[in-house]
Design a protein around this ligand. Structure first.
Ligand code: FAD
Ligand code: DLZ
Ligand code: SF4
Length: 508
């Protein structure tokens, strides 16, 4: 009996569980470019183009491997424009009663499959190094779900950077050697650009015609869209940028959109790269003496540690996670996130890179746009929608925990032991942004004071009771309370002025 095998736009891996389980001779693979996924919410045009181009090329590869693929292009007249309806349409056409699917990385689609009128067999997504069950077992009965402990277990499990039972280089974590501020003369490497071929060009024309009103620049487009290109992008990173990855991981420089970051997350998250293989490539570079331990360990920790950990948190906490709002924040996302004019050089720079590249590096996402959203008290649901739409690598399983847990502390400390809130001082230390900003990073009050300063202290004041219970916040609260009452009043007044301007839609 024929079955339809669903392959979603971020499931482009030959080893996908649904494909492994399927019968190449009798089953039909269903893939669909649909408005239901691409147009609502309104994803960045570069992200849509990446997904559609990679889907078309993966479908061609499956056909060449002997699969029957029922592929719906966005402009096919019969396209039913949602995943659910496409499954029904194809099942009816091929006389199938059953669907084979790999669990999607979004609770909305999981619910759709679980409630679907056809009989759906939903298999685990095995493209992670830790299974959901493994993460659950690790988390069970633990009061404290800190990433570092999970990461060490993953090192032991995989043997990555292990010398017998001991961590390579004698330490688990080399962050002390990392996170240096930028130097002005820092070499500014760029990731490789993959010139669009005929398939990608057709997709670019389609996306231009259909999604013209979405935030973001479609062209130039240079993401890898096949497994082969993604492998070359990974090799290029390991050969040219990994060496300095750790050292400048938290640095920010105007106009340097990528610094030493890998820019591999878009390919990784749609299935064009395998996470364990990538970690092994980084380890090999260290073992061959090509990169120092702080670089290899720092990079491997991001994938083996953070990437696996956030996916575990998302799966463990369930569909309610995206609705968490522990700090009760409810301000609307200001227009400046969508490119509205702002005096803040740091925000303008992060949003510019986001608009042009569908990419911003981690520290821009966490300490600029995320930090501002946290201290200005923005509504976590609106903030999540922004991150989900604007980044080419954004899918709920990875975007939501990073936004809700890491950036906004909206899960009340499940992921982070204290909020990643910072004043302008941190941004000034780690970037060159403040030198070119019309705000004064040293000032805490008045119309020219860096908004991060009064907003930071107002955030601390607003949540003083809650943070009083957190030993890591004690010294910051003490500093706030030691300030002269008049100074505190001035700071709170400046913060209120900024928030009022923001709410009125005035330029800040
Ligand atoms: P590099 O700096 O080169 O890091 C190497 C790899 O490590 C990345 O490709 C990624 O796979 C992994 N990694 C690093 N940090 C994280 C992390 N915190 N969580 C998961 N994986 C990590 N990452 C996404 O992949 N998708 C998202 O939607 C996403 N949203 C984010 C939202 C916020 C508010 C924050 C603070 C972070 C978010 N991240 C997200 C994590 C991180 O910023 C990106 O993975 C990283 O910027 C991708 O760029 P890169 O490939 O150059 O990463
Ligand atoms: C993100 C995305 C977009 C923009 N478009 C499609 C699409 O047209 N067809 C498809 O199968 N998948 C798409 N995706 C990816 C899905 O939204 C993704 O599978 C879920 O968000 C789960 O991660
Ligand atoms: Fe950002 Fe403040 Fe620095 Fe301006 S002064 S770039 S707003 S941190």
């Amino acid at each position: 009996m024929v079955r339809v095998v669903l392959v979603l736009g971020d499931q482009l891996s030959p080893e996908l569980s649904a494909l492994r389980e399927a019968d190449r001779d009798s089953d039909v693979v269903v893939m669909a470019e649909v408005h239901g996924e691409a147009g609502s919410p309104k994803h960045h045009p570069k992200k849509i183009a990446l997904i559609f181009a990679a889907m078309r090329k993966f479908a061609a590869r499956l056909e060449a491997d002997g699969w029957t693929v029922a592929y719906a292009r966005l402009d096919d007249p019969d396209n039913a424009q949602s995943i659910s309806s496409e499954l029904l349409r194809r099942a009816e056409h091929f006389g199938a009663k059953e669907v084979l699917a790999t669990t999607p990385g979004d609770w909305r689609l999981i619910a759709m499959l679980d409630e679907h009128p056809l009989a759906v067999t939903r298999l685990p997504d095995q493209r992670f190094i830790a299974s959901e069950a493994e993460f659950e077992a690790w988390a069970k009965d633990r009061k404290d779900l800190r990433m570092e402990w999970f990461y060490r277990e993953m090192r032991r499990k995989t043997g990555l950077l292990m010398d017998g039972d001991a961590p390579a280089g004698g330490k688990w974590n080399f962050d002390k050697d990392n996170r240096k501020p930028p130097r002005d003369d820092l070499f500014r490497p760029e990731p490789p650009v993959f010139a669009p071929d005929e398939v990608t060009n057709a997709v670019l024309d389609l996306v231009e015609a259909e999604f013209a009103d979405h935030f973001g620049d479609l062209r130039p487009f240079g993401f890898p869209t096949t497994h082969d290109e993604a492998r070359r992008a990974a090799e290029d990173f390991i050969a040219h940028r990994l060496e300095q990855f750790g050292t400048y991981q938290d640095a920010m420089l105007t106009g340097a959109d990528y610094l030493y970051h890998s820019v591999l997350s878009p390919a990784l998250n749609i299935g064009l790269l395998d996470p364990l293989e990538l970690c092994r490539m980084a380890e090999a570079a260290y073992r061959d003496g090509k990169v120092p331990i702080n670089a290899a360990e720092g990079f491997i920790r991001q994938i083996l540690g953070w990437r696996e950990y956030v996916r575990g948190i998302w799966a463990l906490d369930g569909p309610g996670y995206t609705g968490r709002n522990a700090l009760g924040h409810d301000r609307d996302l200001p227009w400046l996130y969508w490119g509205g004019e702002t005096r803040m050089a740091c925000m303008a720079e992060a949003v510019r890179s986001t608009r042009e590249n569908a990419y911003a590096h981690h520290i821009q996402r966490l300490m600029i746009t995320g930090n501002f959203a946290l201290i200005a008290g923005l509504d976590p649901v609106q903030v999540q929608e922004w991150y989900l739409c604007v980044y080419a690598d954004a899918f709920e399983w990875v975007e939501a925990p990073n936004t809700v847990g890491m950036a906004l502390f909206a899960d009340g400390g499940m992921m982070a032991s204290k909020p990643y809130a910072a004043s302008g001082n941190y941004i000034n230390k780690m970037s060159d942004y403040c030198a070119g900003c019309s705000y004064d990073v040293k000032a805490r009050t008045g119309p020219d004071a860096c908004p991060f300063n009064p907003l930071y202290w107002q955030f601390i004041d607003r949540h003083a009771e809650r943070f009083g219970q957190n030993p890591r916040m004690g010294p910051i609260l003490a500093t706030w309370r030691r300030m002269a009452p008049d100074d505190r009043d001035d700071i709170l007044r400046s913060a209120a002025d900024i928030l009022e301007m923001m709410e009125n839609g005035d330029r800040i």
